[in-house]
Design a protein around this ligand. Sequence first.
Ligand SMILES: NC(=O)c1ccc[n+]([C@@H]2O[C@H](COP(=O)([O-])OP(=O)(O)OC[C@H]3O[C@@H](n4cnc5c(N)ncnc54)[C@H](OP(=O)(O)O)[C@@H]3O)[C@@H](O)[C@H]2O)c1
Length: 380
Amino acid sequence: MSTPPAHPRNEPGGGTTDGIGTTGPAEVGGAVSDTELAALRHALALAGRGPAHGPNPRVGAVLLGTDGTQLGEGWHSGAGTPHAEVATLADARTRGHDPRGATMVVTLEPCNHTGRTGPCTEALIAAGVARVVFSVTDPNPTAAGGAARLAGAGVDVVGGVLADEGRAMLGPWWSAVSQGRPYVTVKVATTLDGRVAAADGSSRWITSAQSRAHAHALRAQVDAIAVGTTTALTDDPALTARTTDDPEGTTLAAHQPLRVVVGHRDIPPGAALRGPGGALVQVRSHDPADVLTALVRREIRHLLVEGGPTLAAAFLRAGLVDAVHAYIAPVLLGAGPSAVGDLNISTIADALRLDVTSTQRLGPDVFLTLRTTPKTPEEF
Ligand SMILES: NC(=O)c1ccc[n+]([C@@H]2O[C@H](COP(=O)([O-])OP(=O)(O)OC[C@H]3O[C@@H](n4cnc5c(N)ncnc54)[C@H](OP(=O)(O)O)[C@@H]3O)[C@@H](O)[C@H]2O)c1
């Protein structure tokens, strides 16, 4: 790989709004042309056509001819389907183009391992691609080394281009693979005074239909949803992703997240959690680390913790929360459990302070996304 100082066109990118993809190794690379930069931006848009859930990353690619014309494009549609580079080579050939001497512009470093499909590095070398421009270095230790393998085969390689945008497109996947555990989002739906249920235990519905539809759209993007046994037993939730045009109904979205119950008590045979939807897993432990270990084995990248307060507090106390999604309704209860249980914080100096990354009105409610890690000085 070329290693001169970062070229001015290796733009730092615009950061993200959700707290994902703002850290990671700074990289250097050779010069990239305006045509390659435009192709990389197009590849980032193509990457977004892949599913947000699943064990594999969202990746897009564009193949450029020696004169800068686009020969082909592609994206990864999920585990078991061709990787973006292979799809792009196939697209170029379908269009009658020879990839030899061409430049592959891709949003993630080409993989160098055989997983469900073969290594992209070998496909690129075999196709005679002369140059590879990529955005993000693969954080997956088993797939990494693609740039070095390509360079060793005589391919001109430039990496780290538009890396912030590239990491933002990878979303929770990048964080999960970098940290070796699922990206964890805690979701709360609260009254203005931060309560998630009334004093008699009733909790449906605090937030509006618009908020619930929004939450269902997110459920369809995550890999797993977790609740504590008390929520499972008292609310009898289905934890399914319903389609956004029917969030109160029974129409299930195409992707259903794994349903995870944390705690020792049994879930009865007739529970809604055992009805149509994702597979049900019970982790009979109170340790959030055990939950994540069980989910790593299932290649879960994004876990949504939907409560209750006891489970949410356990994840926060363990430092295993990356983001919080808060739906806040203009409703007052004055009594009842608050969104998060005891965090063992006794003085204001020790308060857990979050960083608001976005705000949105959802009907009468306000939706906040927050992250638990502080901004870097450059981000202010
Ligand atoms: N508005 C909202 O966003 C929202 C969302 C969810 C729930 N809720 C409400 O929250 C209430 C339930 O909350 P909750 O806090 O009582 O229960 P919870 O967090 O749902 O479940 C707590 C139970 O899970 C097990 N558990 C798992 N991890 C644990 C840990 N680290 N420490 C201790 N116990 C652990 C224990 O049961 P075992 O004895 O079985 O191990 C514990 O009793 C319900 O009223 C529900 O309606 C509201």
